[in-house]
Design a protein around this ligand. Structure first.
Ligand code: GLA
Length: 696
C-alpha cells in the first residue's frame, strides 16, 4: 500500500522514495518530506520547522504549502489566484477532507468564505518512483469566478544550495542542456507561444551541485501540457527553494461558471539518489509504460521525403524514392509536405486536405498501392491547425483564424493559425482528416505545426477570450484523440518545425516526435542528449539525411540516428549503389538491436556537450544484452590518439560474464564497468559495440 494516512498526515511511498504532507498548527497543507524512503512510517517528520519572519511577512511566507493561494501577508509565488464575483481577490484555502482511492490521495480544500472547492490529486506510481499531481477547481456557487492562475503543483526542497538543470534553444537548435545555480529571487522558464516551444521545455532536474549521471540526489519533474506553460524556481529570503509548474498564467483568465470544474494538466515529480541518469530512466520507463499509447510497439524504420523532394512530390518522384528505400530495408514510406490541393510551395493549400488534382490525378491510392507492393506501409504529412490565406478553407471561413477583428493578421511562413478553441473549426478539420484516413490505407501521420501565435484574439468566445490559450490545446487534443480512436492502425508523429511540441501531454497522442529540423549529425548528438533527459529513445525519431559537410561518413550519420527511432531522409536517387548498400547494412543491424535501444535503459556515458568524444549505452531490461555507441567529432592531429579516455559501460549485472564485440576477453560485468574499454576513434569516426551476457 503506497499511501499511509493518519489524521492530518499523509505519506506517499514509492519503491525507493517518499513524499509526506500534513496540516500545520494553523491548518495549512504543507510538505513535510520529499526524499529517500525511510524504513518505518514513524520515521517521517510530522511537523515542518517554521522559519522566523519579521513583521514584513506573515507565517505563510515560509510555510511549505503544497498549493499556496494568493492571500495574507505573503509574497511567494502562489499556485492559485482568483477574482470572486464581489471583486475580492483573496483565497483562504482550508482543509476539508482527504480520501484515498487505490494508489491516489485526494485532498479537498475549501475557501473560507467563497463557494470554491479545490481538490489536490496525488497519484503514486510506485515502481517508477514518481508521483503525479494535478488540481481540480470547482465553483459551487451561483456566480462566475474568474481564475487568474491555477498551477498543477508546487514542490519544496530541503533548505540548501541547489543547481537547476533545464533545456533551452531555438528552431533547429533545440534541447541544449543548461545547469546553473539557483540564486535568490525568481527564475521563470515558460512558453507564451501556444505550443510547448523550441525555446524551453517543461522538464526540470534539481541537485545540490555535485550530482552526475551516476550518483547524487536529484529532484525532477515534467508537465503533461502542450500549450503555454510556466516553471518557476524561487529561492526566498530564507533560502527556501520552491518549484512550481503548470499552465502559464501570462494572458490567462478563465471564467468558471456555476457548477463547473477546471482541471489542470498533470505534473509528475520524482526523486533519486542515483544521479541524472536514473532520473531520466525513471521518466523513460513511466512514459513508455503509462503515457505513450504504443510504448511497447517497435518503431519502424521509416523514410521521409521532405529533405529529398520538398514540395515537389508526385507519384513518380515518390515511387522512385520508395523503391530505393524498400531495397534498403525501410519499412514505412512517409510522403511529407506538398501532396494536397494547390500545394506547390509554402504560399498556398494549408487547410485543403485532399490530394492535389494535378500531382495525384487518381488520388493517393495508386502510390499507396505501389508502396504497399514494395512491402512498406504508407504515411503522410499534415499540418491540421494551419491555413494559408490562399486556400479554399480561408476563402470560405476567414473568421476561423486566431485574430483580433479590425486588426492586422500577422502571417508567418505565409500562414495563419486556425482557432482550434472553436468546436466548428475542430469538427471541420476532424472530418477532413477522418475522410483522408478512411479513404486511404495510411499507417502513419506526421502532425506538424509551423508557426507560433500572434494577435491572440477570439471575438466569439463564450467566456473570457483569454481562455483561448487553454481551449486551443484542448481542441488539438480532442481532434487528435478522436482520430486515434477511429483509426487505431495509425502511428503518429508530433512535429512543430522540429522539436517545438514535445512534452508528456503530446506523448499521450503521438507515438514519436520529430525533435529537430537540424539533422546535421554532430549537432544532433547534443540535441539527442538534451531530448533524452526526459523523453525515451523510442519516441525520438532520427533520420539520416544529406545535411552537413560531405566529409561526414555515412557510418557516423547512421550511428547517430540509430540511437533513436531510425529513419532515412536523404535524397536516395542521388546516393550511389555503394552508399545505399552501406545504409542497408546499418538498417539491418539496427533492426537486430532496436528492441534494446527502444525499450532498454539508457546510460549517457560521456556527454557530447562537453567534449569531442561522446558515448552512450542501452541495456536490455534483463541485462543480458547492451549496445554501446561512441562518437568522435574533433581530434587534434598530433599525437594521434591524444585524450581518448576509456569508456566505462554501465548497468551490467556485476556478477555475470559478458563479451564485448571487438574484444577477446570474457569478463564479469563489474570488471567491464570498472576497467572500461578503450575505443580508438579519429575525426568523425564512430562505433557501435554489442555487449552480450555469456553466462548467468
Ligand atoms: C517543418 C517540418 C519539416 C517538414 C516541413 C514541411 O519544417 O519540421 O520536417 O515537414 O515542415 O513543410
Amino acid at each position: 500500500m503506497p499511501i499511509h494516512t493518519s489524521q492530518n498526515f499523509w505519506i506517499l511511498e514509492t519503491d525507493h522514495t517518499a513524499y509526506a504532507l500534513g496540516l500545520d498548527s494553523e491548518g495549512r497543507l504543507v510538505n513535510l518530506y520529499w526524499g529517500e524512503r525511510l524504513p518505518r512510517v514513524s520515521d517521517y517528520p510530522k511537523e515542518s520547522f517554521p522559519l522566523n519572519w519579521a513583521s514584513f511577512s506573515g507565517a505563510g511566507q515560509n510555510a511549505r504549502e503544497e498549493f499556496p493561494a494568493e492571500t495574507g501577508l505573503k509574497y511567494i509565488e502562489p499556485c492559485f489566484k482568483a477574482v470572486y464575483p464581489d471583486g475580492v481577490r483573496d483565497s483562504v484555502l482550508c482543509f476539508d477532507k482527504a480520501e484515498v482511492t487505490g494508489d491516489s490521495l485526494h485532498i479537498h480544500l475549501l475557501d473560507a468564505i467563497e463557494p470554491l472547492r479545490i481538490v489536490l490529486h496525488y497519484c503514486v506510481h510506485e515502481p517508477y518512483d514518481l508521483i503525479e499531481r494535478w488540481a481540480e477547481v470547482t465553483n459551487s456557487g451561483e456566480k462566475v469566478i474568474t481564475l487568474e492562475r491555477v498551477l498543477s503543483a508546487q514542490w519544496h526542497l530541503p533548505r540548501g544550495r541547489y543547481r537547476l538543470s533545464h533545456v533551452y534553444g531555438r528552431w533547429a537548435d533545440e534541447w541544449n542542456l543548461c545547469r546553473e545555480p539557483i540564486t535568490p529571487g525568481v527564475k521563470v522558464l515558460e512558453s507564451r507561444r501556444i505550443t510547448t516551444s523550441h525555446i524551453a521545455n517543461p522538464w526540470f532536474a534539481v541537485d545540490a551541485g555535485s550530482a552526475d549521471e551516476d550518483q547524487g540526489e536529484v529532484w525532477f519533474g515534467a508537465l503533461a501540457w502542450s500549450g503555454n506553460w510556466k516553471f518557476i524556481v524561487e529561492l526566498t529570503e530564507y533560502s527556501a527553494a520552491r518549484l512550481s509548474l503548470g499552465i502559464n498564467d501570462w494572458d490567462f483568465a478563465w471564467q468558471l461558471n456555476s457548477g463547473e470544474t477546471f482541471r489542470t494538466p498533470p505534473a509528475v515529480c520524482g526523486y533519486t539518489m542515483n544521479g541524472f541518469g536514473e532520473s531520466s530512466r525513471r521518466l523513460h520507463d513511466y512514459i513508455r509504460d503509462r503515457v505513450l499509447p504504443k510504448g511497447h510497439s517497435l518503431r519502424k524504420v521509416l523514410y521521409n521525403s521532405w529533405e529529398a523532394t520538398h514540395f515537389d512530390v508526385d507519384e513518380s518522384s515518390q515511387a522512385a524514392l520508395a523503391e530505393l528505400a524498400a531495397g534498403m530495408g525501410v519499412e514505412l514510406f512517409v510522403m511529407d509536405d506538398g501532396w494536397f490541393h494547390a500545394r506547390n510551395d509554402d504560399t498556398a493549400g494549408l487547410g485543403d486536405w485532399w490530394p492535389d488534382e494535378i500531382k495525384f490525378p487518381h488520388g493517393l491510392k495508386p502510390l499507396i498501392e505501389r508502396v504497399n507492393k514494395l512491402g512498406m506501409e504508407f504515411g503522410l504529412w499534415v499540418e491540421p491547425e494551419m491555413v494559408n490565406p490562399d486556400s479554399e478553407l480561408y476563402r470560405t471561413h476567414p473568421d476561423w483564424v486566431i485574430h483580433f477583428p479590425g486588426r492586422g493578421r500577422t502571417e508567418s511562413r505565409n500562414q495563419l493559425i486556425l482557432n482550434f478553441a472553436r468546436q466548428d473549426v475542430q469538427d471541420d478539420i476532424l472530418e477532413k482528416l477522418d475522410h483522408l484516413l478512411a479513404d486511404n490505407d495510411i499507417h502513419f501521420m506526421k502532425w506538424d505545426m509551423n508557426r507560433n501565435v500572434s494577435e491572440p484574439g477570439w471575438d466569439t468566445a463564450p467566456g473570457d477570450p483569454r481562455e483561448l490559450w487553454v481551449r486551443y490545446v484542448q481542441g488539438v487534443y480532442r481532434v487528435w484523440s478522436t482520430l486515434r480512436e477511429r483509426h487505431p492502425q495509425v502511428t503518429w508523429q508530433s512535429c512543430s518545425g522540429g522539436g517545438g511540441r514535445a512534452d508528456m501531454g503530446i506523448l499521450q497522442l503521438a507515438d514519436q516526435v520529430w525533435i529537430s529540423d537540424n539533422t546535421e549529425p554532430t549537432s544532433r548528438l547534443n540535441i539527442q542528449e538534451g531530448y533524452t533527459q526526459a523523453y525515451p529513445a523510442c519516441s525520438m525519431e532520427a533520420w539520416v539525411t544529406d545535411m552537413g559537410p560531405e566529409y561526414l561518413p555515412l557510418e557516423f550519420r547512421m550511428h547517430v540516428s540509430m540511437c533513436g527511432a531510425l529513419g532515412i531522409g536523404g535524397h536516395l536517387v542521388h546516393w550511389d549503389e555503394d552508399k545505399r548498400a552501406q545504409a542497408a547494412y546499418w538498417i539491418a543491424r539496427y533492426k537486430e538491436i532496436r528492441p534494446i535501444i527502444q525499450f532498454g535503459d539508457l546510460y549517457r556515458l560521456r556527454s557530447p556537450q562537453k567534449e569531442s568524444f561522446s558515448a552512450l549505452e542501452y541495456v536490455s531490461k534483463d541485462r543480458s544484452e547492451a549496445v554501446l555507441f561512441a562518437f568522435r567529432t574533433y581530434q587534434p592531429l598530433i599525437p594521434q590518439f591524444e585524450s581518448m579516455p576509456p569508456v566505462y559501460p554501465r548497468g551490467l549485472d556485476p556478477e555475470a560474464l559478458y563479451t564485448i564485440e571487438g574484444f577477446d576477453d570474457i569478463r564479469s560485468g563489474l570488471a567491464w564497468m570498472r576497467t572500461g574499454v578503450e575505443v580508438y576513434l579519429t575525426n568523425y569516426q564512430s562505433t557501435v559495440l554489442r555487449i552480450r551476457k555469456v553466462e548467468g
